[in-house]
Design a binder for this molecule. Structure first.
Ligand code: SF4
Length: 64
């Protein structure tokens, strides 16, 4: 389910449709300095968002 929302981006605020998966991807980007490579390499495996940081459950090593 998508909702209309306003969120922070590296270029300022953006308003649009937001799904739960997109919200997680955006939060991880925010947390990682807007750098996808840093999201990919995130070492904080005990973060509740870690398995979902690509917008779907991860099959990466270390995921539950
Ligand atoms: S998984 Fe957690 S710590 Fe890692 S980038 Fe996402 S929000 Fe930040």
């Amino acid at each position: 389910m998508a909702v209309r929302h306003t969120w922070r981006t590296k270029d300022g605020l953006k308003t649009g449709e937001l799904t739960q998966a997109k919200a997680i991807r955006l939060k991880c980007l925010d947390c990682s300095g807007w750098n996808w490579k840093e999201v990919e390499l995130c070492p904080v495996k005990n973060c509740p968002l870690w398995p979902f940081r690509f917008g779907k459950p991860s099959k990466a090593k270390g995921a539950a």
